[in-house]
Ligand binder design. Structure first.
Ligand SMILES: Cc1ncc(COP(=O)(O)O)c(C=O)c1O
Length: 399
């Protein structure tokens, strides 16, 4: 536990997504630019600040000198403590089956996506790169990752709904989905297909936990679970031993393992989160992390819906209520992003940019310009400014 031998310091950063640039709000005050383009998860900072100095991690300079964490483990650079805390947390939350799966740690789940694409495509020995597809709107980084190095093993194959080649493929399934928050399953379902489940947002603050996921390759990350994107720790649960070995090989060639300091920090954070969920276990009288973060996201979504109602150009998805096994109650989804639809024919990203709100346009996700993805993960300061500005958004020609 985060205690005397391994206290944990969670340093808050003071940078912000709000920057002041030329512009006017009518009162001759500079109007700040609000950057809600990337999903930088700073929103749970106040929860972690409450822990303050009670929880700090000190790593003696004599520790973690070796490349190895456990030479006998398939994933030889995985800290045993992190593996243990990952398994405990999944069992506490009930969102994934860890039995019969190997844990592979990565520098963020971004590295694990690449490791999985390598592992799956390398084993096929195909003469041509195999297609990586995902159902639109898809997480925009998949396309970039698949094409970045112009690999001979795989290439971006586009929208999974449109994939009709009679050849092996890899489908990325993001559930809940980034950008639109809906729960997803594979859509291609053809012979020769391999599926990677990216479950970065399958945590109780974003969606109901309806059953433990049990897929061949499942990816998770502390970035979205606890909001510690700066630690750059993700993990994969991989059923097949050879695939897991190849993923480990990829990370060995890529970065010779994953920072031990970051792993130990992540292990302590996950331990706190698990302890906060178990009555009588928490040493610091901590509020249940998922209750806190779920209420936090629910409050943001309520405010957002109220603001959107005041503007007839904009609309957002309504999510069904579902029973959550973790909270033992019915809940709506409160996704990490808003997938906002603007009036027909409107270039939504452009219009919002004219109002000094930076978002990511629908085309980046394989969709259209009438949609934008807006991060719900910013600090209160920029989120509140965004809500204030939303009712005043007017279409291009009216600006
Ligand atoms: C669906 C999805 N997968 C993976 C990632 C990458 O996360 P990490 O910070 O662990 O690299 C993100 C980050 O936004 C994401 O949205």
């Amino acid at each position: 536990m985060c205690g005397t031998d391994r206290p944990l310091v969670i340093k808050s950063s003071t940078d912000s997504s709000v920057s002041v640039e030329n512009g006017s709000n009518g009162n001759h005050q500079p109007e700040p630019i609000i950057n809600l383009d990337h999903g930088d998860p700073t929103m749970y900072e106040s929860y972690w600040k409450k822990l303050g100095e009670k929880c700090r991690l000190t790593i003696p300079v004599s520790q973690s000198l070796s490349y190895f964490a456990n030479a006998k483990n398939l994933c030889w650079f995985l800290e045993p403590k992190l593996e243990q805390e990952i398994k405990i947390l999944h069992n506490v939350v009930g969102n994934a089956i860890v039995e019969d799966h190997h844990v592979v740690v990565g520098t963020g789940s971004s590295q694990l996506i690449q490791a999985a694409l390598y592992a799956l495509s390398d084993s096929l020995n195909q003469p041509n790169p195999i297609s990586v597809v995902s159902a639109a709107p898809y997480y925009s980084s998949y396309r970039e990752i698949a094409d970045f190095l112009r690999s001979g093993l795989f290439k971006w194959g586009g929208d999974a709904y449109k994939f009709d080649e009679d050849e092996p493929y890899i489908e990325m399934v993001t559930s809940p989905n980034n950008p639109n928050g809906v729960m997803r399953e594979a859509v291609v379902n053809r012979a020769g297909g391999m599926v990677v489940h990216d479950l970065a947002y399958y945590w109780p603050q974003y969606t109901a936990i309806t059953s433990p996921a049990d897929h061949d390759i499942m990816l998770f990350t502390v970035s979205k679970c606890t909001g510690h994107a700066g630690s750059r720790i993700g993990w994969a649960l991989v059923r097949d031993k050879d695939v897991a070995k190849k993923m480990v090989k990829f990370i060995e060639i890529n970065t010779i393992g994953v920072s031990k300091e970051a792993q130990l920090r992540a292990a302590s954070i996950l331990e706190i989160v698990s302890a906060s969920c178990q009555i009588g276990v928490e040493p610091y009288d901590l509020e249940n992390f998922f209750e806190y973060s779920k209420n936090f996201m629910a409050e943001r979504w309520k405010k957002l819906r109220d603001a959107v109602k005041k503007n007839e150009l904009l609309s957002v998805t309504k999510f069904p209520r579902q029973y959550c096994n973790f909270t033992a109650g019915f809940t709506e989804a409160h996704p990490a992003f808003v997938w906002m639809k603007c009036k027909e024919g409107m270039d939504c990203e452009k219009v919002l940019r004219e109002h000094k709100i930076l978002t990511r346009g629908g085309k980046r996700f394989g969709s259209d310009q009438e949609h934008v993805r807006i991060s719900m993960l910013s600090r209160d300061e920029e989120f509140d400014l965004f809500l204030q500005r939303l009712p005043n958004i007017i279409a291009d020609e009216e600006v």
